[in-house]
Design a protein. Structure first.
Ligand code: ADP
Ligand code: MG
Length: 518
């Protein structure tokens, strides 16, 4: 068995790794770290949850001379959440070495970032738009950067960052070490790699089985108008530890989160329109379980690694099979079991077949949970809560009253009434959500074995890149104001997002995920 000691890393780095609870390198780490330590360029392909962050961070941290007072490492990520997540992992991995790192992303006060930059970070983890902003203001200089990482490169290109990445990379000295990570390898990634990497080594860990065996995947056929009822019944029946519910647009997320709160669920929404502070607050509450139901858009939840998510519910079916795979991959992490439910409207059944075909996994059809099943689920939870109070013996001040009541009433009657009270049967809230259009199968999809141009609806070549350039600017501006542009995407039929060409074996799920032993 290979251990982290075998790579010849500095002791203080190995110590930090061990303290994180990483016992052995994951397959992508085992393959990547030796190449990266020799500063050879590489392209790493592996599904989410396989430990890519540490795969590039460990060699990067190991290599940095902390006496330096300049930016030597640059990591590009598609979203601010990922920038923060990567920067947190780097902080933990470098705690004994004292490497300084700083996340830079749109939506946070730029003056604050400029102040923090005065601490002379060694590593910048940034989203392309905001990074360019700093470069233009000359508050970030890339002339000393010797290592560049493109994390989730496919996602960055999907978000229209190609030109920004090209501008940024052309400012980094050519004499450098470049690593590109991506879950998929469509042709535009290969093009980017050809342009900016030198003789890259290809490292891939492609799972043999496409869909994660630990995730039970179900679907329910429902009409758009029944969805909310279906959702609350499902939540009651399944009583998830933590659930992520995906909605197609930001409006949808807002409406859903609010409706769930009204019905008494500990729910909140996450999407790009929230301020950075609001998003951080939501994520913190979700991580410490004071929110049990997180409603999110794809972009907002992409790559998020929260342990203990027992359920993923696709309130709206995603346009793109890969989004489906990414979404359901938020559960079943770290070898735990998870359940994914998808709501499919009658007009979306074809689209479901399309997703099944690409992910090579048939979903199990389930009936809409009945009111009785939902109630049963809720009652079970109430009974569990009740028994846990019995176990804790923290009911002393109620005892006298209990004895008094029992003298007059039957114990079954009393207990049943208490259970009813505690369960809080839902009075009809009459929730109205703004309906969403159904998703449809992309016309130009064909078998999909070859790579190729993924922006099918824009047409190949110049025309499409021209169109996308215009859109990119809009989205970019949005992003810096803190939007994720999800709505636009659904409105134009997912022009630059939904038509990703599947890549045969790669369009799938990891076999196994890794996480800290906790
Ligand atoms: P990816 O970027 O490939 O989606 P992450 O880097 O986010 O995956 O890692 C997923 C989880 O696995 C994180 O919680 C991370 O801390 C954990 N992890 C990474 N490497 C290891 C390891 N060698 N052993 C155990 N857990 C690990
Ligand atoms: Mg990652």
């Amino acid at each position: 068995m290979k251990t982290f000691y075998d790579f010849g890393l500095e002791n203080r780095v190995v110590r930090a790794i061990t303290e994180l609870g990483f016992e052995e390198p994951t397959p992508i780490q085992e393959k990547t770290i030796p190449i990266a330590l020799e500063a050879r360029d590489l392209i790493g392909q592996a599904q989410t949850g396989t430990g890519k962050t540490a795969a590039f961070s460990i060699p990067l941290i190991n290599r940095i001379a902390t006496s330096e007072q300049k930016i030597v490492g640059l990591i590009l990520t598609p979203t601010r959440e990922l920038a923060i997540q990567v920067s947190e992992e780097i902080a933990k991995l470098s705690r004994y070495k004292g490497v300084r790192s700083l996340p830079i992303y749109g939506g946070q006060d730029i003056q604050r970032q400029i102040r923090l930059l005065r601490n002379k970070p060694h590593i910048i983890i940034g989203t392309p738009g905001r990074l360019l902003d700093h470069i233009n203001r000359k508050t970030i200089k890339l002339e000393d950067v010797n290592t560049v990482v493109l994390d989730e490169a496919d996602e960055m290109l999907d978000m229209g960052f190609m030109e920004d990445i090209q501008s940024i990379l052309s400012l980094v000295p050519e004499e450098r070490h470049t690593m590109l990570f991506s879950a998929t390898m469509p042709s535009n990634i290969q093009k980017l790699a050809q342009q900016f990497l030198r003789n890259p080594e290809h490292v891939s860990v492609i799972p043999k089985q496409i869909s994660a065996p630990l995730i039970q995947q179900n679907y329910v056929e429902v009409h758009e108008k029944q969805k909310f009822d279906a959702l609350t019944r499902l939540l009651d029946m399944e009583s998830p530890d933590l659930a992520i519910i995906f909605g197609r647009t930001k409006r949808r997320v807002d409406e859903l989160a609010e409706a769930l709160q009204k019905c008494g669920y500990a729910a909140d929404g996450l999407h790009g329109d929230l301020s950075q502070h609001q998003r951080d607050t939501v994520m913190r509450k979700f991580r410490d379980n004071s929110i049990e139901v997180l409603v999110a858009t794809d972009v907002a939840a992409r790559g998020l690694d929260v342990s203990g998510v027992s359920h993923v519910i696709n309130f709206d079916l995603p346009q793109d099979p890969e989004s489906y795979v990414h979404r359901i991959g938020r559960t079943g992490r770290a070898g735990r079991e998870g359940t994914a439910w998808s709501f499919v409207t009658p007009r979306e059944i074809d689209h479901l077949y399309f997703i099944e075909k690409i992910t090579r996994h048939k979903l199990t059809r389930k009936p809409l949970p009945s009111v009785a099943e939902a109630l049963e689920g809720k009652q079970k939870i109430t009974a569990e809560k009740l028994l846990s109070i019995v176990d804790s013996k923290e009911y002393g001040e109620y005892k006298a009253l209990a004895i008094q009541l029992l003298e007059q009433y039957d114990s079954v009657q009393l207990l049943a009434a208490s259970l009813k009270l505690l369960t809080g049967e839902k009075n009809d809230m009459s929730i109205e959500l703004t309906p969403e259009e159904p998703v449809r199968v992309k016309k130009r999809f064909n078998d999909g074995r070859q790579g190729g141009h993924r922006r099918t609806s824009g047409g190949p070549g110049n025309h499409s890149s021209h169109v996308n350039r215009g859109q990119r600017r809009d989205r970019d501006r949005d992003r810096d104001r803190g939007r994720d542009g999800n709505r636009d995407r659904s409105r134009d039929g997912g022009r630059d997002y939904g038509s990703r060409k599947p890549q045969g074996d790669t369009a799938g799920k990891r076999e196994r995920t890794y996480s800290r032993k906790d």
